[in-house]
Ligand binder design. Structure first.
Ligand code: ATP
Ligand code: MG
Length: 586
């Protein structure tokens, strides 16, 4: 059926919404695709719903094609399964918890590993039933700390989540590979420019995992790439560390010595003073010779907090997202002035390894950058105001409680697999595929009988696509000053037909053209509004972003209509008689 603009439930806006930070948010609201209902929560208008449904259809077709079966779980869930896996607590403030009238705890599902695992456990008991992949396209709830950028990070959003169930590790690898292939087809069809990168598994647990990131300059995720093909989320990058020295080589290093370094609370001031008063024979001191010890709080989902000191080379910043990815589900809080007052072992600006570590008097946990290997010598705090220690050697003078990937990754850093220098870019996480392994099946007791009649624990994979996020990510990828430019497969309509002028013949011709196009399988949005100026109609057409704009106007007298490509801006006059055949062939 032809959609007529005169009756369409739509108001386009000339002004940007005040809270819109990114183009997709701005344009989707202005062009009448979505409206905000509450922070991070959106209502879908007719145009938006059409795009959402088209994306769902692509996802559904590709999941079905790989042999997965669609199911649908409730969003309102019981607490017990999530308690059994620990996620009732681990999910922390991100979980929407509520109580029913009897006071029973419930939740709104943030993701459904538990429910799928239990359903399979309910129904299946033999290896002959497996492998199995099941999925749903469903609304998820997460009380995100920073809902932002419209649909990109919502508190209510649509996700396709699927889960695979296998008996063997090989089987899991096959299910994972099948999903990976399906995802490639999905994101190709969505018309997105994307990369596949290694990821950290984070709070989900499990081992191998990859993310599909849409490339976008204002994406929240940072990823790296090397010329040799290494690609990873920056959170998953492992640092290339130097080889440690053996004991004999360490013993031969100069002894550590504490020196007065007044007024050097920053790395720059320390390096300047070191070069002035304690010059090296071989080369000048640089920030990379210093060990900067940064104090943070690590807060667990149950609210408990622990002090952590992270030692990183002084020429690098601490990357909080990398650190949090390592400490998940723990989160980082700032260590405040008042906190220093309560921890006299931590001398602000002069914190050194010798006062740190679980074995030390302070008992404060101390983790270092992987570059801090046995035999590396550091210029670092001496735990007294105005004093630093030179030549403090790891493995001789101090030992940390472990290493942590928390220093920033910089362009030019070596790829961990030796495939060359890294380049950094930003993206939006569109999909995530995990080999979960047996963690959930173990926690919830999902076992089947194997070929020998022995009970074995099932191994699982978990796979997500951000369906509502895709609507916004596609717009981030594809827009210009005038509005949205939809890729053909997800556009709300194929053709935006504009009738201009006042002549009844023009409107009659446009109306029949719209009918003929629909009959030929071309979806038409027909701007039949009688008292709206051509200028306003063209502006709306560009804003809404349908790939082909057809104008029926003055040219009709010569038997032609104008066909304009929204992406290239190229216009041509096409004889009225040819236009249906031409557009149906696109
Ligand atoms: P992020 O790191 O962006 O918070 P996540 O790693 O927590 O995402 P997953 O649990 O892997 O997300 O969820 C699968 C997919 O769901 C993501 O790849 C993303 O596309 C989508 N998604 C996750 N959170 C949101 C959200 N708040 N709003 C919209 N889509 C989301
Ligand atoms: Mg993820």
């Amino acid at each position: 059926m032809v959609t007529r603009m005169s009756r369409l439930f739509l108001r386009t806006l000339r002004e940007d919404p005040a809270d819109a930070e990114v183009p997709s948010h701005r344009l989707l609201v202005r062009a009448g695709y979505v409206r905000r209902a509450a922070p991070g929560i959106y209502s879908w208008l007719p145009l938006g719903l059409r795009v959402l449904r088209k994306i769902e259809t692509i996802v559904r077709e590709e999941m079905d094609r790989m042999g997965a079966q669609e199911v649908s779980f409730p969003a309102l869930l019981p607490k017990e399964p999530y308690e059994a896996t620990g996620r009732w607590v681990e999910y922390g403030d991100n979980l929407f918890r509520l109580q029913d009238r009897r006071g029973t705890d419930m939740l709104l599902g943030p993701t459904h590993e538990e429910m799928f695992t239990l359903l399979v456990k309910d129904l299946y008991s033999s290896y002959k039933d497996l492998p199995l992949s099941i999925y749903q396209i469903q609304t998820k709830y997460r009380d995100e700390a920073r809902p932002r950028a419209g649909l990109l990070r919502g508190r209510e959003f649509v996700m396709k989540d699927s889960y695979s169930f296998d008996v063997t590790d090989d089987g899991l690898r096959r299910s994972y590979a099948d999903h990976r292939e399906a995802y490639i087809r999905i994101f190709d069809r969505l018309g997105l420019d994307y990369v596949i990168v290694q990821a950290v598994s984070g709070a989900m647990g499990g081992s191998a995992s990859e993310e599909f990131l849409a490339t976008a300059t204002n994406g929240e995720d940072t990823y790296v790439r090397s010329p040799g093909g290494y690609a990873a989320n920056v959170e998953a990058v492992t640092t290339v560390a130097p080889a440690p020295l053996d004991d004999a080589a360490i013993a031969a290093l100069p002894a550590a010595h504490v020196e007065d370094t007044p007024d050097t609370p920053t790395i720059e001031s320390l390096v300047a003073l070191a070069n002035e008063r304690f010059p090296r024979a071989d080369r000048p001191w640089t920030a990379a010779d210093t060990l900067k010890n940064v104090v943070v709080w690590v807060r667990q989902p149950d609210g408990s907090r622990e002090v952590l000191v992270v030692g990183i080379p002084g020429d690098r910043e601490l990357d909080l997202k990398r650190l949090e990815a390592q400490l998940a589900p723990g989160e980082i809080d700032a260590f405040e002035d008042a906190d220093f007052a309560k921890h006299p072992a931590l001398v602000r600006g002069y914190i050194g390894p010798e006062a740190l570590g679980e074995e030390s008097e302070s008992g404060i946990r101390f983790l270092t950058d992987p570059r801090v290997v046995a035999g590396t010598a550091w210029l670092t705090g001496a735990n007294q105001p105005g004093k630093h220690v030179f030549d403090l050697v790891c493995g001789r003078d101090f030992t940390a409680d472990g290493t942590v990937e928390a220093a920033e990754v910089r362009p030019g850093d070596p790829a961990p697999d030796g495939s060359g220098p890294l380049e950094l870019a930003r993206g939006i996480e569109m999909g995530h595929i995990f080999q979960l392994g047996r963690k959930y099946a173990e926690a919830l007791g999902l076992q089947v009988l194997d070929e020998n009649g022995k009970l074995v624990t099932v191994t699982m994979g978990s796979y997500g696509v951000g369906v509502s996020r895709a609507v916004a990510a596609i717009v981030e990828n594809s827009h210009d000053e005038a509005g949205i430019v939809w890729p053909a497969e997800v556009a709300p309509y194929d053709v935006h037909l504009v009738a201009t002028g006042k002549d009844a013949e023009i409107f009659d011709a446009a109306a029949s053209l719209a009918e003929e196009l629909e009959a030929a399988g071309v979806e038409v949005l027909y701007d039949d509004r009688p008292k709206v100026s051509p200028g306003v109609k063209f502006k709306d057409a560009e804003l809404i972003g349908v790939p082909t704009i057809v104008v029926v106007g003055r040219g009709l007298a010569e038997g032609v209509v104008e066909v304009k490509d929204r992406l290239t801006g190229v216009r041509e006059n096409v004889p009225l008689d040819d236009v249906v055949a031409q557009l149906a062939a696109r």
